[in-house]
Design a protein around this ligand. Structure first.
Ligand SMILES: Nc1ncnc2c1ncn2[C@@H]1O[C@H](COP(=O)(O)OP(=O)(O)O)[C@@H](O)[C@H]1O
Ligand SMILES: [Mg+2]
Length: 335
């Protein structure tokens, strides 16, 4: 098949390191696709120029690696929506999923309405400090990911500290979420379509003294930093059968609700010391590079990297086929 690999071409002010990381990922995915006998074509996406869609149109299926356009995260949603309009099958989550998941206050409202356990939260609109939450709380952007805005100061134990934190982050991003802090363990549950991958845990034992056990921006992006070394992934997570079942059930409900079991995703969960899992978020199209969490979980499942990539393509093709059948049956539109 002819597979188009769609990715963010970035902008002129990108750090060369970031450009290299994107291209590295593109090339590894391309290699994996070739191992499956596919022909590949690279399709960079830039803002204000939709000619990339013409290239998409000439492919049998698209591998979507777009995490934004020109490095602007919120344009990821529009790139997926544009792919949807081309009607060429594409990998990863649908535009509905990315749009909801990237607005955590909306995703959390859906979770709460459907009985998926989520820590109590409030939006801090225009600097108004929410009053009904129990301390400690964590302050985080509603529409960002990758731990943007999260450092040890994000956790506040008093109303005064919360007020100060809200003042500090005011204007940095659109909506700010204040959420009750869940003490305890943190796990990630990956999905490809309806298939759940082995649960992974973040071991916080080596976090620097005095830091909260949370995955901060430095932990994710500052390789070799004390916070990176203090957040060690362990897969499979040593949970014991009963807790693993509980976590799996909560993760699947969240993935069904927000991800609709389409594409691939990762559900982030905290577990209280008395064994109650709470969903922090669903990550649609999480990092699928060879050294990221999803590939690690897949390898524990027995899928090497090439297999993971080819499964993701199969999922996209299967979904497109189901959509064609459904539309032929119910909508009677030409397909
Ligand atoms: N309610 C919470 N209780 C405890 N820790 C949290 C909570 N919300 C976020 N965190 C910590 O912050 C990290 C990032 O938050 P998350 O909601 O997953 O956003 P992101 O999209 O940036 O990954 C989590 O991995 C976790 O360590
Ligand atoms: Mg997260």
């Amino acid at each position: 098949m002819r597979v188009g690999v769609v990715y963010d071409a970035g902008s002129g002010d990108w750090d060369p390191k970031d450009v290299a990381a994107v291209l590295d990922n593109v090339r590894t995915v391309q290699k994996a696709l070739r191992s499956g006998g596919h022909e590949t074509t690279l399709i960079p996406v830039t803002l204000g120029d939709v000619r990339w869609l013409q290239k998409v149109q000439r492919c049998d299926v698209i591998f979507n690696l777009c995490e934004g356009v020109n490095g602007i995260a919120r344009y990821e949603d529009y790139a997926v929506a544009a792919l949807d309009l081309t009607r060429v099958p594409f990998t990863g989550c649908t535009s509905w999923t990315v749009t909801i998941a990237h607005r955590k206050h909306i995703a959390n409202t859906l979770f709460a309405a459907h009985g998926v356990p989520v820590p109590p939260f409030a939006l801090a609109k225009r600097g108004v400090v929410p009053t009904a939450l129990k301390f400690p709380v964590i302050v985080k952007p509603s529409g960002e990911d990758a731990s943007v805005g999260i450092d040890s100061g994000a956790v506040c134990t008093t109303r005064k500290a919360l007020k100060e934190r809200l003042a500090k982050v005011a204007g940095l991003w659109e909506d700010t979420l204040v959420q009750e802090y869940v003490p305890g363990r943190e796990v990630n549950v990956g999905f490809v379509g309806s298939e759940m991958l082995p649960i992974s845990e973040i071991n916080f034992e080596n976090m620097p003294d005095g830091s909260w056990p949370i995955v901060t921006y430095a932990a994710k992006w500052d390789s070799g930093s004390p916070e990176d070394l203090g957040t060690e992934p362990v897969c499979p997570a040593p949970l014991g059968p009963e807790l693993a079942r509980k976590v799996a059930s909560v993760a699947r409900s969240a993935w069904q609700l927000i991800g609709q079991e389409n594409g691939y995703g990762r559900v982030d969960i905290r577990i209280t010391p008395d064994g109650q899992p709470y969903v922090l978020e669903v990550n649609p199209n999480p990092d699928i590079s060879a050294d990221a969490g999803l590939a690690r979980m897949a390898s524990v499942r027995g899928w090497d990297y090439d297999t993971l990539i080819l499964k993701v393509v199969d999922e996209a093709l299967g979904r497109a086929e189901r959509r064609r059948e459904a539309e032929a049956l119910y909508l009677k539109i030409p397909v």
